[in-house]
Ligand binder design. Structure first.
Ligand code: FCB
Length: 455
């Protein structure tokens, strides 16, 4: 007899990727440049000056990759479309060869019984639009909605789960505030406008989808629960600022119709007064919310941390990943419960969760990755705990299907359930991938099996 598990019968067991991180051939078949292509080709911007020129060559190997998904037993796959493959100039004439690639991918997924979740924007803005100001140009919201509509019309007969934006927080924070990610701007006066226009863009796409789409459209945000390092007033205030900036910045306007009050304190004179009409427009809750979860922050007041004055306290007893992110599975349960409590019981998905560890293939070619396997086990148990507490969670997507181009870190960070040899493009399912297959096959029962305790 199998143990009852708390995963609903139609739970989605998936893995996630994004276009620029895996596809390669960014300019093939008439595609235009994206800001990530330009950024990665600017010396000094990525680790080892790595670029996405080849990446996992998924553009040519997508059939093999879908076969690997099937081998893992996935019933869902989250990927993103590249705006500049479809609209080389960001707007204007459609490049049908770019669109065809995604038609073929979706058809191949469906043939294998894998449900696609399509993200319309995972950071790779067409470079031609950046030259017009990118996310600082208010028109970008409409450019995005027009691009989205092309995909709705082409694929809504086959794609049932749509995502407007992936992690707008990272786009604004990395791209416009700190400048560590494309397009590399570093300007506190610009960043709030980028965030605002991203939110307007998501709302414009939702509005267009409601007019002609037949399924569901959501938003994906990265959330990181904040815990105070002490009960002092300064640490508690810093925790509130960090929580407002990371967790409420995008969700409060979408679900509650206003920005968190802490933002004007954080940005000071750089925080604009936005028109009420914009907030009304942004306040269009999506059909579902995707949560990307990697780690937590224990917060201590730190005047040297700009602009939040909220430092991160290291936890010596804890495991840290190769990117120096604390492994903290309980935070996933906590953040899912927090979302459900604050924003209501809409369907939730964990749309990304995973860990960078370096595990080279052994002499026999196998890839043992015990730390990633433990990370996966413990975070899936955290998902199970959230389900047991009544969170309306519909699926889990591991980040990532494949080792891939980790943005400014280039190929130095490996998140895959599947190892990629970048010299030969050979794929090898890691031990964590085999474990995930077992969890999926047993519908979660493998999470509580004795043998898995020793990890
Ligand atoms: C997220 C991104 C994803 C990947 C992971 C590690 O912030 O959405 O593309 O880089 O982090």
């Amino acid at each position: 007899m199998t143990e009852p598990t708390s995963f609903p019968a139609d739970f989605l067991w998936g893995a996630a990727t994004s276009a620029y991180q895996i596809e390669g051939s960014p300019l093939a078949d008439g595609a235009g440049c994206s800001i990530w292509h330009e950024f990665a080709h600017t010396p000094g911007q990525t680790c080892n000056d790595d670029t996405g020129d080849v990446a996992c060559d998924h553009y040519h190997r997508y059939r093999d990759d879908v076969a690997l998904m099937r081998e893992l037993g996935l019933n869902a796959y989250r990927f993103s479309t590249s705006w500049s493959r479809i609209l080389p100039e960001g707007r204007g004439p459609i490049n049908s060869r770019g669109l065809d690639f995604y038609q073929r991918l979706v058809d191949t997924l469906l043939e294998q019984g894998i449900q696609p979740m399509l993200t319309l924007y995972h950071w790779d803005l067409p470079a031609a639009l950046d030259r017009r100001g990118g996310w600082l140009n208010p028109d970008c919201a409409h450019w995005f909605a027009d691009y989205a509509q092309i995909l709705f019309r082409a694929l809504d007969d086959r794609v049932k789960l749509w995502v407007t934006l992936n992690e707008p927080w990272v786009v604004a924070d990395g791209g416009y505030l700190h400048g560590t990610l494309a397009p590399g701007r570093h300007n506190p006066f610009a960043a709030p406008y980028a965030s605002h226009h991203l939110l307007r863009a998501a709302a414009a796409a939702i509005q267009s989808y409601r007019a002609e789409g037949r399924h569901q459209i959501g938003l994906v945000v990265n959330l990181e629960p904040k815990y105070p390092a002490s009960e002092t007033a300064t640490d508690l205030d810093a925790t509130m600022r960090a929580d407002a900036y990371w967790n409420r910045y995008y969700l409060d306007p979408v679900f509650l119709g206003s920005y968190p009050p802490e933002l004007s304190e954080i940005f000071g004179a750089a925080w604009p007064i936005f028109p009420d009409a914009d907030l009304d427009f942004i306040h269009q809750p999506p059909d579902f919310l995707g949560v990307n979860y990697y780690s937590r922050q224990v917060v201590r007041h730190d005047p040297d941390d700009w602009p939040l004055a909220a430092g991160r306290v290291r936890q010596p007893q804890q495991t840290y990943t190769h990117l120096d992110w604390e492994v903290y599975p309980q935070g996933l349960t906590d953040i899912l419960e927090w979302v459900a409590g604050r924003y209501g019981s809409l369907p939730l998905y964990v749309t990304e969760n995973g860990a960078a560890f370096y595990d080279p293939p052994q002499a026999d070619g196998a890839v043992a990755d015990p730390l990633r396997q433990r990370y996966l086990r413990d975070h899936l148990r955290a998902v199970q705990a959230a389900l047991e507490r009544g969170v309306n969670l519909r699926g889990y997507f591991a980040w990532s299907l494949l080792d891939n181009f980790e943005w400014a870190h280039g190929y130095s960070q490996r998140f895959g359930l599947i190892h990629v040899n970048y010299a030969t493009q050979q794929r090898t399912i890691k031990a964590s991938g085999q474990f995930y297959r077992e969890v999926i096959r047993s519908h979660g029962a493998a999470l509580s099996q004795q043998g898995n305790e020793s990890l």
